[in-house]
Ligand binder design. Sequence first.
Ligand code: EPU
Length: 418
Amino acid sequence: MDKIIIKGGKPLSGMVNISGAKNAALPIIAACLLAGGWHRLKRIPQLRDIRTIKSIMSELGTDFREEDGELEVNSDNLKSYKAPYELVKTMRASILLLGPLLARCGKAKISLPGGCAIGARPVNLHLKALVAMGADIYLDHGYINAEANRLAGAEIFFDIPTVTGTENIMMAAVTARGRTVLRNAANEPEVGDLARMLRAMGADIEGDGTDTIVINGVDGLKACQHEIIPDRIEAGTFMIGAAITGGNIKIDGCQPGHLTSLIEKLRLAGAQIDTGDESIRIQGPAHIESVDIKTMPYPGFPTDLQAQFMSLMAVADGWSMIRETIFENRFIHVSELRRMGADIEINGSQALIKGKDRLFSAPVMATDLRASASLVLAGLVAEEGRTEVHRIYHLDRGYEAIEEKFRGLGATIWRERE
Ligand code: EPU
């Protein structure tokens, strides 16, 4: 197992390029199950989660090849419709295979994802929607078993806007008989990216980017070419990195329009931010002002940047309040940040942070993906000695070459074997 070592205290400077979005790439690779032929996907990030979905799909019979940095995917010769426990337990997003497998094979058997570090994360809304579309679903020995000859369009209301739930049902509905209407659907940019890919395959989808998505089922789909959107959470993590170190960096190959809530909050914290078409220039403040945030579905403040923003507030002037409304247990980074000197009180879904003048380096443990990123950011400003972030396999799930990118921005950070 690897660990990351950081010697803090250097303002970030220079330029960083943003990779393709993990949470767009995962459903888009899954959607390649819907039609045979070679799909060609650009800007797929090199991440552990991407390797996991490829391993599961390889077991189903999907072929992959890499050419000129692009991923080609072919599902002509599917031989199985089962996603086994051993692989699904390492990545909850494997549930994204349920919709496309059911649509393509009429059957799917997916290990039921268990709870995870940040919350219970049930998939009841995915299953309820598939049942409304005529699927026969039963749970058996830890597996979701689903069957349907051909799914039928339906009116579906999501009690909570669910990102992977919306994506799963979109993929199930594209070849269903008739019209499916998804209400209170998620409108995250990653859902829109999947909709664009499905349209390139010949699907009839409207309304993505709003809370009502209408899908008219078509009889067949074809392989397509698609370029994944940039990762807004990776870009946001580097922006917070510039803010926390008082640095000045340019973030290239991103979509500033996907980051408006963070840009607003970082400006309130004192950062100077200029946006271009596909770039952001950010100059961190000399003194970080405290700012309250509340996580919300898009375009609200993303839960996936909450932990990183908390590291920033840990060194801000004064008090701030962070409310987490998406997941019930997404404050696991707090106890590690406290070990670095942060002053944070938790009361249910709220964290009250008293900004300190400084944080101190310490050995800390990553517990989930975004929590790990918050510890790396804290390490970039920590004084005296070196911060060691252990269990960084979480980080490798979702950040491409993070230590190399930070090193490119002048940070003293490297990876070592435990
Ligand atoms: N929920 C239910 N029932 C369901 C589905 C969701 O109660 O059937 C609840 C969840 O427990 C949660 C809320 O609805 O309280 C929203 O969860 P959602 O389903 O939107 O989350 P997700 O689709 O499982 C995706 C991202 C997460 C990101 C969330 C929220 C992917 C692969 N994952 O998860 O990304 O935090 O949306 O934006 O797209 C990450 O990248 O670190 C990450 C955790």
